[in-house]
Write a protein that binds this ligand. Structure first.
Ligand code: GUN
Ligand code: FE
Length: 431
């Protein structure tokens, strides 16, 4: 057992912030949380303590939706709407991942950047390439990240640039799953790109496979009006987009649906009933003019909402920036619509970008006993003086809005210290 000490700022429930000044996180030998406490008691005084001083200890981030092969095109092509953006830019960039050397170079950089920004858990799209997907999984695992990665399935509308035959898609999915057994921290997730990219035959096969093998599913839904129209045209027997997934056993517990921007009451009810995980991607939705999701309403109505950077529709890998973008986007919604007067607070955004995503991996709320530690230690001594003491809440808010990679001093992922820029020595305090 050991302990880490600092200003612990956690969130146990949507909107609730718990601030423990100079508190202790007690960990077992495997890095699982034993307890969070104000003071060491009895025997605990003989534990080795890593004292992070006046720094802030926060939950690490969970990025619940991003496209690894789009990392090279971050910040490009932003003046196009979704379908044109996919056809003009995106598919071409993803097609380059047939080259495994290129994949290695990009994915090593992506993994290092993710962990450097304090993102320790991910749910991620690869491209349709089997080898490159394994390389992505290897690089994430080496960097200390935990997550789900999907080889993308797409057997239509890829314009020859990026498309498999139905048979290839099935065969490669099976081959890819075989090769995933060697990973410990990165697990496979079934990934039909979105309904326009997959034939009914492929969808049906993937849905059955997921069911048989107990695999989770990720895809996109209700992102953009043109896309919704296209889905209706492609699958005329489904009245709603979600039914194109439900039809193939994909509408089920833990299915991650990115976006859900344009959504009505009946669709909200369907999300809630099936325990679908919405990956809300505010930065992306504004960049490619998809729309503004009613994020606070979704949460209030009991939908499981998490956040995604959606690289490269989104242009920020930093989940702190994604959180602030989410807050801004909810404020735009609130200003536009009288009825949605309430916008997200910083504490609410923090919950969505951290704990709500960690729950996908089976973690409890807050820094919960029994969970492996996922945390970052933030050094904010570079802050400009207010001319008075700042409260921990003020420092927390500023850190969420202003955090740079340099401020993230230590990262714990799955109980392991995977980044340490300050090398604080563990000491026994009683001595
Ligand atoms: N829908 C289908 N594919 C994509 C993608 O790569 N990015 C976004 N934002 N939406 C999609
Ligand atoms: Fe996406």
């Amino acid at each position: 057992m050991k302990a880490i000490k600092g200003n612990i700022i956690s969130t146990c429930r949507f909107g609730e912030l718990s601030i423990l000044e100079q508190g202790f996180l007690i960990l077992d030998d495997r890095g699982r949380i034993v307890s969070v406490t104000e003071q060491l008691k009895g025997e605990q005084n003989y534990l080795p303590v890593a004292d992070y001083g006046d720094r802030l200890i926060l939950h690490s981030f969970a990025d619940m939706h991003l496209h690894a092969p789009q990392y090279p095109m971050v910040g490009m092509g932003m003046d196009l709407p979704l379908l044109d953006w996919l056809n003009t830019y995106t598919f071409e960039v993803e097609a380059r991942f047939a080259d495994t050397e290129y994949a290695r170079e990009v994915y090593r950089r992506l993994a290092a950047d993710l962990i450097g920004w304090g993102t320790t858990r991910v749910v991620m799209f690869s491209s349709l390439h089997t080898e490159a997907t394994w390389i992505l999984m290897e690089e994430l695992e080496k960097a200390g990240i935990v997550g789900y990665v999907g080889k993308v399935n797409m057997d239509r509308n890829g314009k020859d640039k990026l498309q498999e035959t139905t048979e290839e898609s099935k065969r490669e999915t099976l081959r890819w799953l075989e090769g995933c057994r060697r990973f410990r921290y990165i697990r496979p997730i079934i990934t039909p790109r979105f309904t326009p990219s997959c034939t009914d035959e492929l969808m049906d096969w993937l849905g059955t496979l997921a069911q048989q093998r107990g695999l989770y599913i990720q895809s996109h839904m209700n992102e953009n009006l043109e896309e919704i129209r296209l889905v209706k045209e492609l699958v005329p027997d489904c009245d709603r987009y979600w039914q194109t997934y439900a039809k193939h056993q994909m509408w089920k517990d833990h299915t991650v649906m990115a976006h859900c921007v344009h959504i009505d009451e009946s669709e909200i009810a369907a999300l809630k009933e099936a325990n679908i995980v919405v990956a809300h991607c505010a930065d992306s939705n504004i960049n490619i003019c998809s729309g503004i999701a009613p994020v606070r309403r979704l949460v209030k109505e009991g939908v499981w909402v998490t956040l995604g950077s959606d690289i490269a529709g989104g242009a920020q890998l930093s989940m702190a920036e994604v959180i602030t973008m989410t807050i801004r986007s909810s404020k735009i919604k609130a200003m536009q619509e009288g009825e949605e007067k309430e916008f997200l607070s910083v504490a609410e955004g923090y919950y969505l970008g951290t704990v709500s995503g960690h729950r996908y991996f089976g973690a409890g709320e807050g820094f919960c006993s029994g969970d492996f530690l996922h945390a970052i230690v933030v050094e904010d001594s570079d802050r400009i003086s207010l001319g008075r003491e700042m409260s921990l809440k003020e420092r927390f808010e500023r850190v969420i809005y202003r955090m740079k990679k340099e401020n993230i001093a230590v990262v714990y992922s799955e109980g392991r210290k995977v980044i340490d820029k300050i090398q604080v020595q563990e000491r026994i305090r009683a001595e």
